[in-house]
Write a protein that binds this ligand. Structure first.
Ligand code: ZN
Length: 682
């Protein structure tokens, strides 16, 4: 029996571990609920004390005081969120379902704490006379906005209803995400015998073998991890098996036992009600009001510059694929499960590139070295691997981040796919950088889902390399954070800005001098030939019609859903079909995420009416990297210095439009992004 009482609960002890990491080996799922109960009470007691202060409210006793509160809760919650995403056996998933409404209820109690809000509001009313620094003013604005947007100004029934909706939504989000996880975990397509493996290169054979071993079955299996499905669709010559894999992959969230469609409809109706309670026409209006874009029409302005050129580009690609199909004796009527397969053939013909030639130059270890080298040259931090640190799974590695002799942060890397780990790639924190209440160094984790190499090195596709750099960009945003207040730390910026540091860092994965140095053949150690680098770079605009249509269709449908003023009776399947028809989404391309498994928008509210943020940030990113290209040096010291100061270290300490202007010297335009995707006319 697990002892969960306060005196022995490891979540509530002082963590005498290296870097004060969570004592993973001692933590069991049953520890979380009692630890949360203690942490909730402690947090509310802190806020009660702030509210009851006899002194007149001022910045220190109210704004900075609130920012410093909840440290115990943060510690428990971040550990919980990370384990739920990275290592979540069924017992922990059950706790996650149990905790979701309790966490939402606690957040509501905080944001509706009338006594504290009255004091915050009073300080806010005097803002201009308090002699605050820019960062202090920003903190006051942010906290006030956070409270208003989570219901602090509501009264009576509206107030109760708002809190009830938040709890119900937390339940539904969790259920939605867990259904996808369960569909992904339960599915496997066994490949029995050589005939089923036809066309698969060695790296994929060993990856499907590892996947089978991980699940305790003989032979080879395809699971619904993107890093197995996409390569399988790319290489398998068995059209029938490609179709089965594709149908399972795009059908996630629709099984009779775990149908996400009614959950999505309920989520939309509740969000709409929430937005109306706060005085907005729709959830999209509410969501956009607190982002850099500010309005739905600003988002549509951007998407409308993209959509028709992207479709035209995808149609040209489709014609090239059809011609290719005929050439190799395949049917010319292309189905969605043919696109990856045929486009790989066209890509190989056009750029003389195939993954089997490219991958041996991109071992995971070499690419980790490449990204750390880039961070050192750009930002002056060194990554030094440590061993013997107890972590939550043997896959996880840890690095000290050093600036000179000083320990500036701790970086965890969890790079392999495995059961009970969420799909995709993400960054999260175990600890946020702050100086409020003492100097705290950040602890950041990057998660990927690479398929482990069967024997020896794990080899990455160039897309995987970009993903690795992408998450490391988020990681640096957390690790380089240099602010005074917790609320303004690292990646806690508006959603349409948070992808700037990550997408920007991907550019360094294509810099020739970086590849020449780090992309070495895994067996011979030979550096990658310059001609191959050129072909990889030239191929970066290949298939961009497909990618842009798949992404933008998901984005447009996300916006359309969240602009609905009557979301109560929405039929998710029909809405998706009707919108695809209205927009003219080519059926061979489809949506990158169909609604029943669109975890970005239904697994939490974070990307709701916000899937556009990747493209918004790409506009900023293309402008930002252009600055280095204009300088003729991807490591230009003066630019790198400004980039660190205004972007990677700034957190939310200043308005993003101002910060971007300070870095780039002008406001962003869409043209560099369109050029980069090969979507400019001509
Ligand atoms: Zn990202």
């Amino acid at each position: 029996m697990t002892d969960t009482t306060g005196s022995t609960n490891p979540l509530l002890q002082d963590w005498q571990t290296p870097y004060q990491l969570p004592p993973f080996a001692q933590i069991e799922p049953a520890h979380f609920a009692p630890a949360f109960a203690v942490a909730f009470d402690a947090h509310l007691a802190e806020i009660d004390a702030l509210a009851a202060n006899a002194a007149a409210p001022d910045f220190g006793n109210t704004v900075a005081g609130f920012d410093a509160s909840g440290a115990l809760l943060d510690r428990v919650r971040l550990t919980f969120e990370n384990l739920c995403a990275s290592a979540s056996p069924p017992a922990l998933q059950a706790v996650e379902r149990e905790m979701a409404p309790l966490l939402a209820a606690h957040d509501s109690k905080v944001s509706m704490h009338a006594g504290f809000f009255a004091r915050l509001n009073a300080v806010y009313g005097q803002k201009d006379t308090l002699g605050l620094t820019e960062e202090q003013g920003r903190l006051l604005d942010r906290l006030h906005t956070d409270f208003v947007r989570t219901g602090a100004t509501l009264q009576g029934d509206a107030r109760d209803r708002f809190a009830a909706i938040a709890e119900r939504l937390a339940n539904l989000h969790t259920q939605f995400a867990q259904n996808i996880l369960a569909d992904e975990s339960s599915y496997q397509l066994p490949l029995t015998g050589e005939a089923d493996l036809a066309g698969l290169p060695d790296f994929l054979r060993s990856a499907t073998r590892s996947a089978a071993q991980e699940r305790g079955v003989d032979g080879y299996v395809i699971t619904l991890s993107r890093s197995l499905v996409e390569p399988f669709l790319t290489w398998s010559t068995r059209r029938d098996l490609r179709e089965r894999a594709w149908r399972a992959w795009t059908g996630r969230g629709e099984s009779a036992a775990r149908d996400n469609r009614p959950l999505a409809a309920q989520i939309l109706a509740l969000r709409q009600e929430q937005a109306q309670l706060l005085g907005y026409d729709s959830f999209a209006d509410y969501a956009l009001a607190d982002r850099m874009a500010a309005t739905p029409s600003a988002v549509y302005d951007l998407l409308s510059q993209v959509w028709e050129p992207a479709k035209a580009s995808a149609e040209r690609e489709r014609q090239a694929l059809a011609a290719q199909a005929v050439e190799i004796g395949e049917p010319g009527d292309i189905e969605p499960w043919d696109w990856y397969y045929l486009s790989e053939k066209v890509r190989a013909a056009r750029y003389a590139l195939d993954d089997a030639e490219v991958k041996p130059y991109f071992s995971l270890d070499a690419m980790l070295g490449a990204m750390f080298d880039c961070a050192e040259r750009l930002f002056g931090v060194r990554f030094v691997e440590q061993t013997g640190v107890p972590l939550y799974h043997p896959d996880v590695r840890v690095w000290e981040v050093r600036r000179g002799d000083r320990l500036a942060g701790v970086f965890l890397g969890d790079n392999y796919a495995r059961p009970n780990k969420q799909g995709g790639a993400w960054m999260h924190v175990y600890r946020k950088q702050t100086r409020n209440g003492g100097d705290v160094i950040p602890v950041v984790v990057n998660n990927n889902n690479f398929a482990r190499g069967g024997n020896g090195a794990t080899l990455l596709s160039f897309d995987d390399v970009r993903t690795l750099f992408h998450e490391f960009g988020h990681g640096l945003h957390g690790l380089l954070s240099n602010v005074n207040y917790t609320r303004l730390s690292g990646t806690f910026v508006p959603q349409d800005y948070v992808e700037l540091p990550s997408q920007l860092l991907e550019n360094w994965a294509t810099v020739p001098e970086v590849l020449a140095k780090h992309a070495r053949h895994v067996t011979t150690g030979e550096p990658i030939p310059a001609a191959l680098i050129e072909r990889i770079r030239a191929s970066q605009t290949f298939n961009q019609g497909f990618s842009t249509v798949a992404y933008t269709s998901s984005t447009l449908i996300d916006m359309a859903l969240h602009l609905q003023k009557d979301a109560a009776n929405i039929d998710i399947a029909r809405f998706e079909a009707d919108e695809c028809k209205r927009l003219g989404v080519p059926r061979e391309v489809g949506m990158r995420h169909r609604l029943p498994h669109f975890g970005h928008i239904f697994g939490s509210a974070y990307y709701a009416a916000g899937y556009y943020v990747y493209m918004w940030a790409e506009v900023l990113e293309a402008e930002a990297f252009d600055a280095f290209e204009e300088a003729g040096n991807a490591f230009d010291p003066a630019l790198a210095d400004k980039l660190q100061r205004y972007v990677y270290s700034a957190g939310d300490s200043r308005d993003q439009r101002t910060a971007f202007r300070a870095f780039r010297g002008r406001d962003p335009q869409a043209a560099p992004m369109l050029r980069k995707r090969g979507l400019l006319a001509g």
